[in-house]
Every structure is written in structure tokens, then in C-alpha cells.
Design a protein around this ligand. Sequence first.
Ligand code: ZN
Ligand code: ZN
Length: 257
Amino acid sequence: MASIEDPQTVAPVEQEWSLGYSMVSGSVPLARIHARRTLTLWRWGGDVEDAVLILSELVANAVRHASKPDALVGVRLALEDRTLLIDVSDPMPAFPGFGSIVAPSPDQASGRGICLARALGARVGWFLNADGSSKTVRAELLAPDGAAMQCTHWRRVPLDLSREAREKSAATYVDRAVQCQLFAHSEGEHFGLLADSGAYGTALWLRWHGTDEARLVVLPDCPVAAQGPDGEGCCLFADHTEQHTWEDSLEEISCTS
Ligand SMILES: [Zn+2]
Ligand SMILES: [Zn+2]
């Protein structure tokens, strides 16, 4: 049996979010948006994009293979210490072929999501729900020890600076509050991204220190990119002091076909 554990015996949940979605393909991107926002709010130290991708695959599987009229696909995210549980429930009380999923194959489309989740380091299993007529597929994703956490400082964007940012950039909308984009730091100034500026290779940032007045600054983009064929660029500005933004997300996805 591939079940991970009885849901009744797990440790107390520290954070929890859940929602039911219609079993239509449009629910997949919607669940993705909700999950990304939730995980960002929780400041989970793991890779949010990996988690969102796994969730997205599991929801897509449920919609594709377990759809029933009027039924919902249930999505639940829960945080237990550093472990993120991604639960996706559907109204089919079985998972045919789960034990034989070792690699994705064209005739076993439902295996792709499971395989991808495993390739991203998740533990995957499933269990029957208490109602006996539905199941939950669960992926567990652990945030790495010492995972880089984003600075938790937020700042409201003063109205005049928000207007100035819109004028100096092509942006039609600037967030009312921004989070510092640096990795957690105990001293120095905070930098929240407002918008790309009109000029190539620069961006508009909100810079503040403690409770001092915030300023609008135009900064050149960080020119450093990751090694390797993808060469993902850093999303911060030139000469920033903390690590580059791509440094916490270096992993290979080997489970593609
Ligand atoms: Zn900061
Ligand atoms: Zn950088």
C-alpha cells in the first residue's frame, strides 16, 4: 500500500489553507495563483515555484482522470514545521497503477505529475478519505535546512512615490506595499521592487531604513547570472550585498519527457 500515513495521526498543523475547485481545466491556473500567494504569505523557506508546480500537476491529474459531475477537487496546503503538505482530493476512491509509477510514459498520463513531484524531492502517497468515496493524493516537500528566507520587512508605498513610479515607468499599476527583495538581513537598508523603469537594464526601487522616510531610487539591474545553459539572471540590483536570487533555486528537473 502506498499510503504515507493515517491523516489522523499526523502532528498538529501550524498553518493551513484549503479550497474546493470545479473540476475544469481553468481551475488549474487558479489553484496555482492561490497557492503561490499563500506560500508567499507564510514565508515558507522551501522552493515556492516547485510547490506550485507540484500542486498544479496534481490538480490537473484530478481534473483529467477523476472528474465527476458536481464534484470538486479539494486543495489543501498545510505547514508542519518546515514540511509543506500538498493535498489534492478527488471523488475517485482508488489510484489505479500508483505502485507501478516509476517513469512517465505516454499511456500513463497520470504518472507524469507524480514523477515530477518526486523529481523535485517530494514524498508522494495517497490515502482514502474518511467518507470512503474519495481519496487524497499527498506530496510532502521539506524546506532545506538553512534555506534562504526572504527579508520579512514590508513598506507601504507613499502615494506620491507610487505616482512618480508610474510616471517614470511603463507600469500602469504599482503595489501599495512592497516586501524587501533581499534575503534575510539584520542591518542595512531594505529594497522593495516597484516597477521596471522605462530605460533598459534599470528598475525602480523603494529604499528605506527602519522607520525613516522611504525613497524612490532608480538602480541598474544586477549583471550576475547563474552558470550553465539557462543562465538565469539575478532579479536584484547591481552591487547588492546579499546573495543573488538564483542561488537558492539550483536544482535539476530530470523527470521530463
Ligand atoms: Zn530587507
Ligand atoms: Zn545579484
